[in-house]
Design a protein around this ligand. Structure first.
Ligand SMILES: [Zn+2]
Length: 460
């Protein structure tokens, strides 16, 4: 698998280099996709038999396929009869450089590990990833610039430098095996402001806070220290003073309410302990607060133990590290995982998160898309995003609604108005599927081609 992946990557990188030699402003060669069903990512119904022209990495025209639209000389024409085109998927909450194989460690924050993960995201059709903290500067900042410029294959990269918690707080050092400095843990409001300033100076896209005792719904589990109001208030004020928005890790309704009241901009996880209420909905709508459900995070805690047959399905097998495959194939590991108190708590969290998602979407709250993929080994980059879409549809959203969250709404959360839908002028970040996901969301597993900025992307 890896050899095939590398061969595909070599071809796409070589193509990029040829373009670069021809002169800086020249984009990739034009492509016309014909006879394709287009799902534009806005939630609008699929449009049959469209022709989509891509020039200089952007969508230049969307027309009927017959008669064929005029195209520039040298245009490659691809007949996609029977296929469906969706915008590239986007995760607003993932992580890079934390996991390698079945281990999580600060030592994994390397160029090679991160680029391999970004290629895997892209091969799964996730063309833009936001890594919400636990990063290292300057490597993270360098890689973001390179991915924006298209220097390497793999998903475009945005995110948070480090992020802010409290001494002894979530996520626990013992769980993340993070190096000192990968998470900033100020003890005073003054230090919290300094932590924000450091991230701002490094060019972070957002500020991240953890405000959670990390019990994850497990009864009787002792909680970790939670950030004090004085610290979060100082961090949020300083972030806003520096022109940065704040995304907060929460688990419980109580902290969701407090964070919206404190003017945090993004709730980076779904509310999982109890149903959201009208007061929270009203406050979020008034403030324009965004919400990222990350339902797969909890599903991943039991999924592979509960459904060992998944490893034989190509959509998982293609992105599954051998160390994880060995774990999932081990009956003792599966039994231990299913017997852990976390498994039952996670099932309850998934159900509550699903119920809250539908209520918030129907109420018109701003909802984006994310999974926390890459934070821990069981949260598999790319595959997690496909599972997340299934979980939304299982919760009661239509496939078109689920796809709109993962494309146009995810882009709106990140204020990226150059992507997230199939419309003239947008980046040609496109996924070609061999089946129609508006009929069955599992069609997202049937990826035939991925394009990023008009260049053919990584594939398995
Ligand atoms: Zn996270």
């Amino acid at each position: 698998m890896m050899l095939r992946l590398l061969a595909c990557l070599a071809a796409s990188v070589a193509g990029t280099a040829a373009v670069a030699r021809a002169g800086a402003p020249v984009g990739p060669p034009p492509v016309l996709f014909t006879h394709v069903r287009v799902i534009d990512g806005t939630g609008a119904p699929a449009q049959p038999d469209r022709a989509v022209l891509v020039e200089n990495g952007r969508i230049a025209a969307i027309t009927a396929s017959d008669p064929a639209p005029p195209v520039p000389a040298g245009t490659t024409v691809l007949n996609l009869a029977g296929d469906t085109m969706i915008p590239g998927l986007m995760s607003d909450h993932s992580h890079v450089g934390l996991v390698q194989g079945a281990t999580v460690d600060g030592g994994h924050f390397t160029r090679a590990v991160i680029l391999a993960a970004l290629r895997q995201y892209e091969a799964y059709g996730v063309t833009t990833v936001t890594a919400l903290g636990v990063t290292k500067s300057p490597l993270f900042d360098t890689l973001r610039r390179e991915q924006h410029a298209g220097t390497n294959a793999g998903a475009d990269l945005f995110g948070v430098d480090q992020g802010i918690s409290v001494p002894g707080g979530a996520p626990p050092d013992g769980m993340m095996h993070a190096d000192p400095g990968q998470i900033l843990r100020p003890a005073t409001p003054k230090d919290a402001r300094a932590a924000v300033d450091r991230m701002a100076d490094e060019g972070t896209d957002l500020v991240k806070l953890w405000v959670d005792d990390f019990r994850n719904g497990v009864a009787g589990k002792p909680g970790l220290p939670i950030m004090s109001p004085a610290i979060w208030q100082a961090a949020i004020e300083e972030a806003h003073a520096r022109g940065l928005r704040v995304a907060v890790h929460i688990h419980d309704l109580r902290y969701a309410r407090l964070m919206v009241a404190a003017h945090a901009d993004i709730l980076a996880h779904g509310v999982r302990d109890q149903p959201v209420d009208q007061a929270l909905i009203d406050a979020m709508k008034r403030a324009g607060t965004w919400y990222i459900p990350t339902i797969q995070l909890d599903e991943a805690s039991y999924l592979y133990a509960a459904e060992p047959g998944l490893i034989d399905q190509p959509e998982l097998a293609q992105g599954l590290d051998p160390a994880l495959r060995a774990e999932f194939s081990d009956a003792a590991w599966r039994q231990k995982t299913l017997n852990a108190p976390l498994a039952e708590a996670s099932r309850r969290a998934v159900a509550m998160n699903q119920q809250n998602l539908v209520r918030l979407v129907r109420a018109g709250v701003n909802v984006g898309f994310g999974t926390d993929s890459g934070a821990m080994p069981l949260r598999i980059p790319g595959y997690a995003e496909h599972r997340e879409l299934r979980l939304y549809v299982q919760a009661g959203l239509t496939p078109l609604e689920a796809l709109s969250l993962a494309t146009s709404r995810a882009a709106a959360l990140m204020k990226l108005d150059d992507r997230g839908s199939i419309a003239v002028g947008r980046r040609a970040d496109l996924v070609i599927l061999g089946a129609d996901p508006s009929a069955d969301i599992t069609a997202v597993d049937r990826i035939e081609q991925v394009w990023r900025g008009g260049v053919r992307g990584a594939s398995f």
